[in-house]
Unconditional design. Structure first.
Length: 547
């Protein structure tokens, strides 16, 4: 056994590769994509370290070419969830007892494998399976996941070092226990990094996990699981169950040993889960920790002094990168009437130039939206914008599902600041603008704060410092990630811990120590070296008595 107060390697953000023509990373990634496209991969569940096949198969299709099947995955049922929970419970004692630095080493090795051999694999899988362009894949499935793994090791070590004071004759200690039971991780399609982080953050701290990835992102989740296993994750620590959420979710959620839920997804699903947990609250062995990041109706607010060039660029990138399918994507903007005529022209011109198509063609900025349901919802919103007198379509407005689920980047002006498109989350490339009278800056800030139930991300653009101070104060609870003169997307682990409150989630900040703290249950240990041997206190002694 090794002894020591081990210092973990100091985490640094993984450098983003640029995939410029002629670069070695570009050709390696293109070869990987071609290989992935030329075969149909069979994807099993992984329970207790064993590959589990049910024969009930579902397809993994490329969203930008939905006739093309790149994988088929085996779908599980409630019985597989029960097996996964049993496997997690079986692995728990040994995993929880493993020295924390040994657990850390597994995830640090995973980070290094991902920075090298697995980089083209996870980027390629995210490009073909989730329709991300190369830069969006690189900042997600490579850099962000590497950063989550390395920084979380750093936060774990910081937690372990956080120890109480001790008075004379006493030694106080905090024992950071994993939660009692298993953690259920339910992960979204839009970030491979989140899919990797949600099961691995609790696992790092000694928990064992049942992981249910989104069916639309099983293809990349499969490679995340392979990466963790190759890094040395013991059998049963993370168990990947596949299938419909309705089929596999509820049986895990009502299990008496459920100790925590780590969720990213829709507000509706999160509320349903919370309700179910509430209804069953007396049946759990311990109160389950509920950590969720859900929707957003993220805003960009321009002050009359804003710089038009940086504002326009932030709006295009913030609203349309990854087809607006980021929880953080800009989907409403408040623009003063002094800036609107020039901004309108500038945005109209720029949006018309955005290349959209197969993301394996590195010349494209945008790919397709994830599936038919998402396409239909967005096409309906575009139709509403075209047909309602409340709206004016400034750019885009069309969609075409014939080959892939392509939704054109769309800019809409709304006469009503509280219209559906200004207040409801759509999760796609649709940005709605409300133009306000220049003199109504403060009034419009309040309107922005009240308009949606969410509180995830937002930005103020201003060259006037006092205006930025006022906006920062007025919008204090409107966004958990607030940006000054920057787009509201692209949070970096270790730099901008991510998450928001209100209907956007529990604000436990993925990529921060606050998230890691949710996966431990500290035990306070007080040791007294020479304990008293008489219950009587001095005030009880008789006059002149001494002991
Ligand atoms: C997300 O979690 O959806 C996005 C994070 C970001 O873009 O800042």
């Amino acid at each position: 056994m090794s002894c020591g107060h081990f210092k973990v390697p100091i985490p640094k953000n993984e450098p983003v590769k640029d995939y410029a023509p002629g670069s070695p990373e570009r050709s390696e990634l293109q070869e990987t994509i071609a290989r992935m496209r030329s075969a149909t991969r069979e994807i099993p569940m992984v329970i207790g370290g064993r590959e589990v096949r049910t024969g009930t198969l579902a397809d993994c299709r490329e969203p930008h070419d939905h006739a093309h099947v790149i994988g088929r995955f085996h779908q599980g049922s409630a019985a597989h969830v029960a097996d996964a929970i049993a496997a997690a419970q079986k692995a728990k004692p040994e995993w929880a007892a493993m020295p924390w630095e040994a657990r850390a080493a597994i995830f640090l090795r995973a980070a290094d494998l991902l920075a090298t051999r697995y980089r083209p694999i996870l980027n390629g899988a995210t490009i073909v399976g989730q329709s991300k362009n190369v830069m969006q894949a690189e900042i997600d499935s490579a850099c962000e996941l590497i950063d989550f793994l390395r920084y979380n090791v750093g936060y774990m070590s910081e937690i372990m070092r956080n120890q109480p004071e001790s008075g004379a004759g006493v030694w106080n200690r905090l024992d950071y226990r994993p939660l009692e039971g298993f953690v259920l991780a339910i992960t979204p399609f839009n970030f491979t990094a989140i899919a990797g982080n949600l099961p691995s953050a609790p696992a790092m701290l000694g928990n064992t996990v049942v992981w249910k990835p989104a069916s639309t992102a099983v293809y990349s989740a499969h490679f995340v699981m392979q990466l963790l296993m190759e890094a040395g994750l013991p059998d049963g620590v993370i168990n990947m169950v596949l299938g419909s959420g309705r089929e596999v979710g509820p049986s895990a959620l009502v299990h008496p040993d459920l100790a925590g839920v780590h969720f990213t997804g829709s507000t509706g699903v999160f509320r349903q889960m919370w309700r179910l947990l509430g209804d069953n609250i007396a049946d759990y062995r311990t109160y389950p920790r509920i950590v969720g990041e859900t929707g957003g109706k993220d805003f960009v607010f321009a002050h009359p002094s804003a710089d038009i060039d940086s504002l326009a660029t932030a709006l295009v990138r913030g609203a349309f990168e990854y087809q607006g399918q980021k929880c953080s994507a800009a989907s409403r903007a408040y623009i003063p009437d002094n800036l609107w005529p020039r901004l309108r022209e500038r945005l109209g011109d720029e949006i018309a130039t955005i290349p959209m198509g197969d993301p394996a063609d590195f010349g494209n900025l945008m790919g397709a939206v994830i599936d038919r349901a998402s396409f239909d919802k967005l096409a309906a919103a575009q139709r509403e914008a075209r047909e309602s007198a409340d709206y004016e379509v400034i750019a885009g407005g069309e969609s075409d599902p014939s080959k892939g689920y392509f939704v054109a980047p769309t800019l809409v002006k709304s006469a009503d600041p509280k219209s559906r498109l200004m207040s409801e989350e759509l999760f796609g490339p649709l940005l709605t603008v409300y133009v306000y009278p220049e003199r109504d800056f403060l009034k419009t800030l309040r309107l922005c704060d009240e308009t949606s139930p969410y509180g995830l991300t937002g930005a103020i653009f201003s060259r006037d410092r006092q205006a930025a101070v006022i906006a920062t104060e007025e919008l204090r609870h409107a966004a958990g990630n607030f940006y000054i003169n920057d787009k509201p997307t692209g949070a970096v682990v270790g730099q901008q811990p991510f998450g928001g409150g209100r209907a956007s989630g529990t604000n436990d900040k993925a990529g921060g120590i606050w998230n890691m703290l949710r996966w431990v249950s500290p035990r306070t240990i007080k040791e007294t070296f020479v304990p008293p041997t008489d219950y009587r206190y001095p005030h009880m002694w008789a006059q002149g008595e001494r002991r």
